[in-house]
Ligand binder design. Structure first.
Ligand SMILES: C[S@@+](CC[C@H](N)C(=O)[O-])C[C@H]1O[C@@H](n2cnc3c(N)ncnc32)[C@H](O)[C@@H]1O
Length: 229
């Protein structure tokens, strides 16, 4: 599977996509030598080519594009308007180029959800879905500045370092995600999820809940495989 994935990736001409959005993130995710998808595809199950597959939070759509190149015929994907303002036009052009049509889907922390159908494989890769940023507030103060409240959650400091603030899902949010995603899996199905970053090493309650699903965990690399049964 891994070899087939890499071969499919190599066989695609990615230049037209890079011409639409010339950024390191896209270039890394289409470069087989970077290994952007390596951790996830290690856990890819044996599937027939007509298996129902859903890539949640596809962004550029690179992952479903590669799966389609491999011969999978029922690959769907989602995008989330609340998270893609500012890049939406480029994403739409890329989705057209890749011949994919993501449907709108947003997981609200702690709320049960459902999808239009059930799947043999659901991928949620390099995801920031477990970041709660909507509830963050920032108070800005400084010499000669009237204090004001903002919803800033990402700040580049004077050293040029990007600081991203978020509150990760706790047990309650994870429990509703797991309950919901299991309902969307066919018997024998799996959800491969890569929460990025992994902030839970000092959170025993969350790690205990997720223990049955954790395959790998470190700040930059984590993999959960959530099965239906
Ligand atoms: C960092 S991008 C990952 C893109 C791609 N899956 C990858 O592996 O490169 C995170 C994706 O998750 C989506 N997303 C973030 N929060 C979400 C939420 N609460 N519900 C659904 N999708 C969400 C974003 O729109 C985006 O497509």
């Amino acid at each position: 599977m891994e070899k087939q994935f890499i071969n499919a990736m190599r066989s695609i001409d990615w230049q037209p996509a890079i011409d639409i959005r010339n950024v390191g993130y896209l270039k890394d995710s289409v470069d087989p030598d970077v290994g952007w998808w390596n951790s996830a595809i290690k856990y890819f199950p044996e599937l027939s080519y007509d298996a129902n597959i859903l890539d949640v939070g596809t962004w550029f759509g690179v992952f479903p594009r590669i799966l389609k190149e491999m011969g999978y015929t029922n690959v769907e994907c989602t995008e989330c308007a609340a998270h893609n303002t500012g890049v939406r036009d480029d994403l739409q052009r890329l989705h057209q180029l890749f011949d994919i049509a993501p449907f709108e889907f947003e997981v609200t922390p702690g709320k049960l959800f459902s999808l239009p159908k059930t799947y043999d494989l659901i991928t949620v890769l390099h995801t920031n879905m477990h970041w709660q940023i909507h509830d963050l507030y920032c108070i800005q103060k400084g010499d000669g500045i009237e204090p004001r409240i903002t919803k800033e959650w990402q700040v580049v400091d004077s050293n040029g370092i990007t600081n991203t603030f978020f509150v990760p899902w706790k047990v309650h949010e994870w429990q509703s995600f797991i309950d919901s995603i299991k309902q969307q899996l066919n018997p024998g199905g799996v959800c491969i999820m890569q929460p990025h970053p992994w902030p839970y090493d000092s959170e025993p309650e969350v790690t205990e809940l997720l223990a049955p699903y954790i395959k790998e965990h470190s700040v930059e690399h984590s993999i959960l495989c959530i099965t239906k049964d």
